[in-house]
Write a protein that binds this ligand. Structure first.
Ligand code: 5GP
Length: 206
């Protein structure tokens, strides 16, 4: 049942698809979303700030977060852990705010189990058409490579099955606009606005 709470939006997709770039651009523009800052064990990159880009944690600290059930989801990605702090997300949703997560695919699947009403957006790799042509037009001498690449690409694209929307990231602006349209449309869903309409019906006729 969809209640009168905020909406959880999850942007995910294969590695290297440009999730971070799209997310940053969404937050550069006017929006009413609350961004959930993740916890990670990876080192801080130049220009990053603790508590803004991530909550940077040691492996032990991260382990404690897991044990105390403080994470909504977590995943290991390239030797580091990444996770979504549970309290912030739950508090914001309860207060009626929309929350935005930008996470990799294993984590998104975990969120889906706990928040089936969330809106799951899959960002597709850029130049899908080009990728297909490149793979198909390769010569037989690189047959194995072609097969590997094709099977990798297929695996990535199949992950899309669990999502509500698919956005092609061939152009950042277009991808951002598409994500914004999804957010706007979700707010117009009949199930979400029904309560308000019911109130109109309850008004006594003069
Ligand atoms: P980076 O190290 O480049 O900032 O992020 C690496 C990957 O981790 C990206 O695909 C990003 O979407 C993902 N990521 C960031 N935060 C989280 C999180 O809280 N949970 C999960 N599962 N993945 C995350």
């Amino acid at each position: 049942m969809i209640e009168n709470k905020g909406i959880l939006f999850v942007l995910s997709g294969p590695s290297g698809v440009g999730k971070g770039t799209v997310r940053k651009e969404i937050f550069n523009r006017k929006n009413d979303l609350k961004y959930s800052i993740s916890a990670t064990t990876r080192g801080m990159r130049q220009g990053e700030k603790n508590g803004i880009d991530y909550f940077f944690k040691s492996k032990d600290e991260f382990q404690t977060l897991i044990e105390e059930n403080k994470l909504l989801e977590y995943a290991k990605y390239v030797d580091n852990y990444y996770g979504t702090p549970r309290d912030y997300v739950e508090e914001m949703l309860a207060k009626g705010h929309d929350v935005f997560l930008e996470i990799e695919v294993q984590g998104a699947l975990q969120v889906k189990k706990n928040f089936p009403d969330g809106v799951f957006i899959f960002l597709l790799p850029p130049s899908l058409e080009e990728l297909k042509n490149r793979i198909v037009s390769r010569g037989t001498e690189t047959n194995e490579l072609v097969r590997n690449r094709l099977s990798e690409a297929k695996k990535e694209i199949r992950m899309m099955d669990n999502y509500d929307y698919a956005v092609l990231n061939d152009d950042v602006n277009r991808a951002v606009e598409n994500v914004q349209s999804i957010i706007a449309s979700e707010h117009l869903k009949r199930e979400r606005v029904e309560k308000e309409y019911r109130k109109i019906l309850e008004v006594e006729l003069p």
